[in-house]
Structures are given as structure tokens and as C-alpha cells.
Design a protein around this ligand. Structure first.
Ligand SMILES: Cc1cc2nc3c(=O)[nH]c(=O)nc-3n(C[C@H](O)[C@H](O)[C@H](O)COP(=O)(O)O)c2cc1C
Length: 325
């Protein structure tokens, strides 16, 4: 088994973009496919296209290397990502958010109900039909942890998640997904969540931790206002200073899950040593958000890959850390 493997999907190395960072339009996805990332994930989608929150909704501080965002799920709609029309050159992960459980179920129905697929083919425009290989993505990442929606974060509600998973998995035999998790500040809650994840161990393919840290705030002192507008200035924190929180989550999940579900580490990665830290804490892959958004995929993945190659050997699909500063 290759080190960089999730379920039966092999990755040539550990580096992916993080959902929402340079992956909203087909052009951005193409940039990612052309870059040296080892996989591509889409913006979290809803059933229909959505313009997201009002501007300004993203802020980046060049000195601290931190971001604050309240994007509000600006996305092209689920079919736009499912029907990505160009060549899929590496594992492609579809990130699904949905506004509510009814909408999530509709998306699962479209993806996993045979009749729905036949209807889709009938109704598609000719040029898309020609290119459409049914469900082109390799994996799904279900995002139940978006911090910017004025709604409770479902991933903090173990009983609701348990009930939903039972219902969805019973209804759709082929449904499997990974989960994007928020940061948990309470180990007891993580233990409750762990029991649920292990109950559905054969259907939950991976855990990605963490999403942006909810309800951060940055003030523009000159203007005497918050740097982003939606939700009264509260937004999800990303970038360098969330790495410590994210790393401890990866470490804790690895300990709790006893290696039964692979973990994708995400938060504050800007160089090869950050990647190594995540791998040492138990991550199989990593996702890079703010750094990719700021530098663009080509430069971001080239920078990290160039220094990784000196530290990690991918011989025979195994990950060997040669040098660690
Ligand atoms: C502008 C922006 C948009 C984001 N949109 C999403 C999203 O749609 N779905 C999601 O799961 N996470 C989203 N995130 C969170 C990132 O995927 C990632 O979890 C977070 O930024 C931490 O990684 P980083 O420190 O490398 O940025 C977004 C982050 C940013 C900065």
C-alpha cells in the first residue's frame, strides 16, 4: 500500500489545495491541475450556484501571514464541479456543503441514484455529454464545519451527525465520504465524535482537520472598523498562526482513531517543515489554503515541493523522512 493513499485512491505525494482556496472557477481548477499539487479539491458547493456574502469578505495580513474570511459559500453549484469538462489529471475531490440536510440529500441522490444519472445524461448539452464520465471525482469531502453561515456547525452536534449518517448510508449503498472538521476545543466532544466515526468506519474515508477557526476578528485601526463586513466582522481564521491548533487536532485524532481512518492535516502550511510536522503527527496528506490563495497554485506548490524533495523520499510509495530540522 502506498503511503499517500485514501481508500483505494493513490496520490503521488501529500500536497493538496484546501477547499475554497483557488478552486471556485473552472479556470482556477485548471491552474491546480497544471500545478505540482498531488490532488485537487473544489470549492464547497451547494445545489445551485451562489454568490456568497457581501464584500469585503476576505482579508490577508502580509506580516502575520494570516487570513480572515467570510466567503459564505460563493460557488458555481454542484453540477458545475461534477461536470468539470477538462481532463482529470490527478485525484479530484468534490467538496460538498449544501445549505441544509434536504439539499445534501438531493445532491447524494443525483450522485448515487442510478435513475438520476440516466436523466442527467439525457438532459445534458451535447458538448458536456461527450466529456462527461459519470461522477468524475475520486472522493467526496463533506463540509459540515463552515463557520460563516449564521447557522449552527453540524460537526459540533454528535447526535445529529449520527442520525444523519445512519439515514444517508442506509439509503445510498455506494455513498462514502470524508469529513471536513472544525477545531474541537474539548477532548470529550472529540471522543463522542470518534465513537460515531468508528461506527461508520467503512463509509467515512478520511477526516480533514481543520476548517478555518470560527469567529475570529481583525480590526483596521485607521478606519476604526473590522476588516471584513459580513456577520458583523466575525470570520474564519486561517494561515500561519492556526497551525498549532490544527496540528494538535491531527495528533489527537490520530491517537483517538488508532490509525483506522486516515487524516488530512490542514492549517497554516507555508513550507516543507510544516508538511513534515503534520506527517509526524499522523497525517496521510495535507491541504494548503491561505498560502495557495495568496501565491497561486504554481508558485505555492513549486516552493513546497522543491524543499520537500530534499526531506522526504517517496521511494516504493513509502514516505521516508530523511532530514528534519
Ligand atoms: C477564502 C477562503 C475560502 C474557504 N472556503 C472553504 C470552503 O468552501 N470549504 C471548506 O471546507 N473550507 C474552506 N476554507 C477553509 C480552508 O479550506 C482551510 O481549512 C483553512 O483556511 C485553514 O487552512 P490554511 O491555514 O492553510 O488557510 C476557506 C478558506 C479561505 C481562506
Amino acid at each position: 500500500m502506498s503511503f499517500f493513499q485514501i481508500d483505494n485512491i493513490n496520490f503521488n505525494g501529500p500536497l493538496l489545495n484546501a477547499a475554497g482556496c483557488h478552486c471556485t472557477t473552472h479556470q482556477e481548477l485548471e491552474d491546480l491541475f497544471d500545478s505540482n499539487s498531488n490532488g485537487v479539491i473544489t470549492k464547497s458547493c451547494t445545489l445551485n450556484e451562489w454568490s456568497g456574502n457581501k464584500h469585503p469578505k476576505y482579508y490577508y495580513n502580509n506580516i502575520t501571514k494570516n487570513s480572515l474570511n467570510s466567503n459564505g459559500l460563493e460557488n458555481g453549484g454542484f453540477e458545475y464541479y461534477r461536470q468539470y469538462p477538462l481532463e482529470i489529471k490527478k485525484p479530484y475531490i468534490l467538496s460538498i456543503a449544501g445549505w441544509n440536510n434536504k439539499e445534501r440529500e438531493t445532491i447524494f441522490k443525483r450522485l448515487f441514484d442510478k435513475n438520476e444519472n440516466i436523466n442527467l445524461k439525457k438532459n445534458l448539452k451535447k458538448n458536456l455529454k461527450k466529456n462527461l464520465k459519470k461522477n468524475q471525482f475520486s472522493l467526496i469531502e463533506l463540509n459540515l464545519s463552515c463557520p460563516n453561515l449564521n447557522k449552527p456547525i453540524l460537526a459540533y452536534k454528535p447526535n445529529t451527525m449520527d442520525e444523519l449518517f445512519r439515514k444517508w448510508f442506509e439509503k445510498y449503498n455506494n455513498l462514502k465520504f470524508g469529513l471536513k472538521l472544525p477545531p474541537y476545543m474539548n477532548f470529550n466532544l472529540m471522543e463522542d465524535m470518534r465513537d460515531i466515526f468508528l461506527k461508520y468506519e467503512n463509509r467515512i474515508q478520511f477526516l480533514t482537520c481543520i476548517n478555518s477557526i470560527p469567529n475570529g476578528m481583525i480590526i483596521d485601526r485607521k478606519k476604526k472598523e473590522t476588516v471584513i463586513a459580513p456577520k458583523g466582522g466575525f470570520g474564519g481564521l486561517g494561515g500561519s498562526s492556526i497551525k498549532q491548533n490544527a496540528l494538535s487536532q491531527v495528533f489527537k485524532w490520530y491517537e483517538l482513531l488508532d490509525d483506522k481512518i486516515p487524516i488530512i492535516g490542514c492549517g497554516g502550511i507555508t513550507n516543507a517543515n510544516d508538511v513534515l510536522d503534520y506527517i509526524l503527527c499522523g497525517a496521510t496528506l495535507v491541504q494548503i489554503g491561505t498560502y495557495v490563495k495568496e501565491l497561486g497554485p504554481k508558485l505555492a506548490f513549486d516552493n513546497i515541493n522543491n524543499s520537500l524533495i530534499n526531506n522526504i523520499s517517496f521511494q516504493r510509495g513509502q514516505c521516508v523522512i530523511k532530514e528534519f530540522e
